[in-house]
Ligand binder design. Structure first.
Ligand code: SAM
Length: 231
């Protein structure tokens, strides 16, 4: 069969500045903000005419950060604790023969004043992700409420999240400029982004959101945000 070349239609500007702590699927962190910036020759208002009528969109994108690592026939999904293998095509792993991802996101707005900027909420995308296609989400066809989710069924209890006095004060100061940051930290940590098979209760973690390094650790009561630092 012939190979096909895909040309990105645009690039993602996201609150997630590194892979670590990005939710494993879209919709898990509704406060996550991203913007799809269309690139020439697709950056004309005509390409998105009518899209504003839809509440959600599908994004097809390249796992550009991991693409060079290639693929493996089997994968150990975090949902299985990271120690059981299943076939790559039975997972949403980034390590695929063609490093293509598929995510649905809320369409928060479209700005066509200078190029085309499409504002999104709830995406699970790294900053700088190349996007190869954008389509409206069709609830009547795409939503399947009776679908079974196999080993990937939801149901883990969210991790409780607390803030130290220092982190709380820092967030209060940032509230005007970053009104969603506190909710975003809560949503991201509630997903427990620690790698399941490398858990260390003593460890201090950092995660890059917007221009901040959010410091946190875990104890028996859940996640504790200890400080907010500049990246
Ligand atoms: N929803 C998509 C799908 O099912 O195809 C992605 C699922 S994948 C399990 C989600 C993870 O992809 C995120 O937790 C993040 O670490 C990673 N990711 C997001 N953008 C990426 C990128 N541009 N390159 C590599 N990995 C990325």
């Amino acid at each position: 069969m012939s190979a096909w070349t895909l040309q990105p239609i645009g690039v993602i500007e996201s609150c997630f500045k590194e892979k670590f702590a990005i939710p494993r699927q879209p919709g898990l962190c509704p406060s996550a903000e991203a913007t799809l910036i269309l690139q020439p020759p697709f950056d004309q208002a005509d390409t998105v005419r009518g899209l504003e009528q839809f509440s959600h969109v599908w994004l097809m994108f390249i796992f550009h950060e991991t693409a060079a690592q290639g693929w493996r026939p089997t994968v150990r999904p975090p949902k299985l604790g990271g120690n059981q293998r299943v076939g790559v095509f039975a997972t949403r792993s980034t390590f695929r023969p063609n490093p293509i991802g598929l995510s649905v996101a809320k369409l928060a707005g479209i700005d066509t004043r200078d190029g085309v900027r499409i504002h999104l909420e709830g995406a699970d995308l790294l900053d700088g992700t190349p996007v190869v296609d954008l389509k409206p989400y069709l609830g009547y066809a795409d939503a399947l409420p009776t679908a079974s989710n196999g080993y990937a069924d939801a149901g883990e209890a969210p991790l409780p999240v607390r803030f130290s006095l220092e982190a709380d004060a820092e967030l209060a100061q940032l509230d005007l400029a970053y009104p969603k940051l506190r909710a975003l930290i809560n949503e991201v940590l509630a997903q427990d982004p620690r790698p399941g098979y490398a858990d260390d209760p003593e460890r201090e973690y950092g995660m890059a959101l917007y221009r901040f390094n959010i410091k946190w650790r875990c104890d028996a009561a859940g996640a504790l945000v200890t400080a907010i630092r500049a990246l």
